[in-house]
Design a protein around this ligand. Structure first.
Ligand SMILES: *[C@@H]1O[C@H](CO)[C@@H](O)[C@H](O)[C@H]1NC(C)=O
Length: 657
């Protein structure tokens, strides 16, 4: 075995100064009295292998009077009938200690011995072990121990011991060259159930030479590497192996290390440098493994291809997992899965983990947990999903709804569940985030929009039909077009000024009356009254509507000859519309209605509501049947169109009637 050249560090007390709980002023000279202190009670059976940290408080450092009246500086920290803790033992006090230990026998009542802060030569360390081994002591703890002299090979008889658990914490070797195996062998061959060597920069440990009694091994916080226990077939009773905080790197090596540990149930290999390289493809775990702690390593998604098939509790927190791959080997027994502090972007389903009861995915990058999760994870009892950067949107509603029906299965609700996005909602707790059914359910939204549209269209159509809005819009458009064209082309056109006293609108069926009665009675022979008739004055080449608009514009009054025929005529209605429009736009009373024949209300189409309104106001001149009344009628009409027309090309002089 090669000499090891480790530089050794002085270890300081990791857990501070132990203090006194029970202090009896013991004198070593009076051994009987001393022993008597331990004989009072028998211990109840210890079921845990590791003695827990003792609940001690700081007090003064008492002094210990030794056999030759020399004052030792040990601290007797704990002294009850079954426990003794001695502190601060230097190399030259070892003989006193050994003398003390030699008083103990197989039948004494002392069960727990703790030595704290002790500097001792290797030779004396072995002497201490040899003295303790055959006594009644079951739990032996050595904290903060410095091994001073060369580590030589020592023979050790382990037989006839009551010892159950040895704990060495924070040990250091103060020599540079020594045979590592001499050190390891003393421990690896021990016939006890539990061995702990922690916080000691241990770089290796030997495989026991014959089937070992170890049930529990704890080598946490050392420097063990992948080489440890490779192919070791003798740890057949080992149930718990704790290798937290070491230098393990390859998952395949961990697999092969544990393969022959036929009783292994619990492996804690957290806080190492482990990763799983798929290429190695060497991943056959011992089937007994139920609890596996792989937290704080360097695992990625591939770790799911290398898991013990019967594992029940799996801790993968603080690794670099992005997704739980879909097609991995089923882990039917898995009950507890911890993937907190990884990089998951979505909730894993439970398809590969049918029986999952507890899932922790806190502090990942899950934006919107999908609702699939709750369908596939039927057995889930607790879900920890807080501290994720939730995006508060419609998709999150399923998750929030799950909380409502979950009956407290969401751990940490509501304070750990906070919106991260969008920025406007950042910091809002999910429980306070609400979105209506309408804004999230597209079907409902579509239906609502559709219904509203249909109703609107229906209402508009009915209104259009009833008020003939399209017709009016068309007319408005024509009107503005004509006006615009007129303005653009001849702004100063003299035609734009009034040219006629009256524009006459009538139905073709009433033209006989217009030509035989109306025109002759209005137009005087001297031509002083200018009447506009469409067949006489309309300019060919322009559209009828344009003509209508133009001539109504140029006429002082518009005379409408109303009759059932008029009502039937589309053009007449246009004329009435534009004349009426002018009436409103110029605010002058330019409309004259002559009722040639009575028009029954039912004859007027519904959309001619303007005409209806005018008729209802009865502001029309009725053509009298009696001849005698005709004179007055014409006089009335002439008076209505009486105006001084400005001088224009067509009108030579201004005349009044
Ligand atoms: C795994 O180990 C870490 C410390 O390394 C510890 O905090 C955690 O509780 C352990 N997980 C389980 C399931 O025991």
């Amino acid at each position: 075995m090669a000499e090891n050249r480790r530089s050794l560090t002085n270890f300081f007390f990791c857990s501070c100064v132990f203090a006194l709980t029970l202090w009896n002023n013991i004198k070593l000279s009076d051994e009987n009295e001393y022993i008597a202190n331990y004989s009072s009670s028998l211990l109840e059976d210890h079921t845990v292998y590791e003695t827990k940290g003792l609940p001690l408080s700081h007090t003064k450092r008492p002094q210990f009077v030794s056999a030759d009246n020399r004052i030792n500086t040990w601290d007797v920290v704990r002294n009850t009938s079954d426990s003794l803790e001695l502190s601060n033992i230097s190399e030259n006090e070892i003989n006193d200690l050994i003398q003390l230990l030699s008083k103990l026998s197989k039948t004494s009542s002392l069960r727990n011995l703790t030595l704290n802060n002790i500097s001792v030569a290797w030779e004396n360390f072995i002497r201490i072990l040899k003295h303790v081994w055959p006594t009644s002591i079951e739990y032996f703890n050595i904290y903060n121990v410095r091994l001073l002299s060369n580590i030589e090979r020592k023979n050790f008889s382990y037989s006839g011991t009551s010892m159950k658990a040895l704990t060495v914490k924070n040990a250091s070797v103060e020599v540079f060259y020594f045979n590592q195996n001499n050190l390891y062998m003393i421990f690896s061959e021990m016939n006890i159930a539990a061995l702990t060597i922690s916080d000691s920069k241990l770089i290796h440990m030997l495989c026991p030479s014959k089937p070992s009694r170890f049930h529990f091994l704890n080598f946490s916080n050392n420097d063990l590497t992948d080489l440890v226990f490779q192919g070791c077939k003798t740890l057949v009773f080992l149930e718990t192996l704790i290798l937290q905080r070491n230098q393990f790197k390859k998952m395949s090596k961990v697999c092969s290390m544990t393969r022959e540990m036929k009783s292994l149930k619990h492996l804690d290999i957290s806080r190492n440098l482990l990763y799983y390289d798929e290429e190695e493809n060497d991943c056959h775990w011992v089937g007994t493994l139920m609890k596996l702690n792989l937290s704080s390593n360097k695992f990625t998604d591939s770790v799911f291809e290398c898991l013990p098939i019967n594992v029940q509790i799996l801790d993968l927190q603080n690794n670099q997992i992005r997704t739980v791959p879909k097609n991995i080997t089923e882990l039917k027994a898995l009950k507890e899965l911890n993937i907190a502090f990884n990089r998951l972007t979505e909730l894993p389903g439970c398809n590969p983990f049918i029986g999952l009861e507890l899932l922790n995915i806190e502090a990942n990058s899950v934006l919107t947990p999908s609702s699939d999760f709750f369908q596939s994870c039927k057995n889930i009892r607790k879900l920890r999903a807080g501290h994720n950067p939730f995006t508060c949107s419609c998709e999150l509603r399923d998750f929030i709804n799950f909380e409502k029906i979950s009956g407290g299965r969401l751990v940490g609700w509501p304070e750990s569940y906070v919106c991260e996005y969008p920025d406007g909602l950042k910091g809002t707790q999910l429980k306070d985030f609400q979105l209506s059914e309408l804004s999230c359910n597209t079907t409902v939204l579509l239906v609502v929009v559709l219904v509203i549209t249909v109703v609107l269209v229906a209402v508009i159509s009915i209104l259009c039909m009833y008020f003939d809005i399209m017709w009016y819009l068309k007319m408005m458009w024509q009107w503005t077009q004509t006006k615009r064209r007129g303005r653009n082309s001849h702004p100063e056109d003299p035609q734009n000024i009034l040219q006629f006293h009256a524009f006459i609108s009538y139905s073709e069926h009433d033209s006989i009356w217009v030509k035989n009665h109306l025109i002759p009675n209005l137009e005087k022979e001297d031509g002083s009254v200018q009447i506009c008739l469409h067949e006489r004055n309309f300019i060919p080449g322009k559209s009828i509507i344009e003509n209508i608009i133009n001539f109504i514009e140029k006429s002082h009054k518009s005379i409408f000859v109303l009759s059932p025929n008029f009502v039937q005529s589309e053009w007449c209605h246009y004329e009435l519309y534009f004349a009426h429009h002018k009436l409103f736009s110029e605010n002058s009373n330019s409309l004259i209605l002559i009722l040639l024949e009575p028009i029954p209300q039912y004859l007027i189409p519904a959309r001619y509501h303007k005409l209806k309104a005018l008729m209802a106001k009865r502001t029309y001149l009725e053509w009298p049947k009696e001849k005698s009344k005709h004179g007055l009628f014409w006089a009335n009409l002439r008076a209505a169109i009486n105006i001084n027309l400005p001088v224009s090309a067509k009108v030579s002089g201004v005349q009044t009637d």
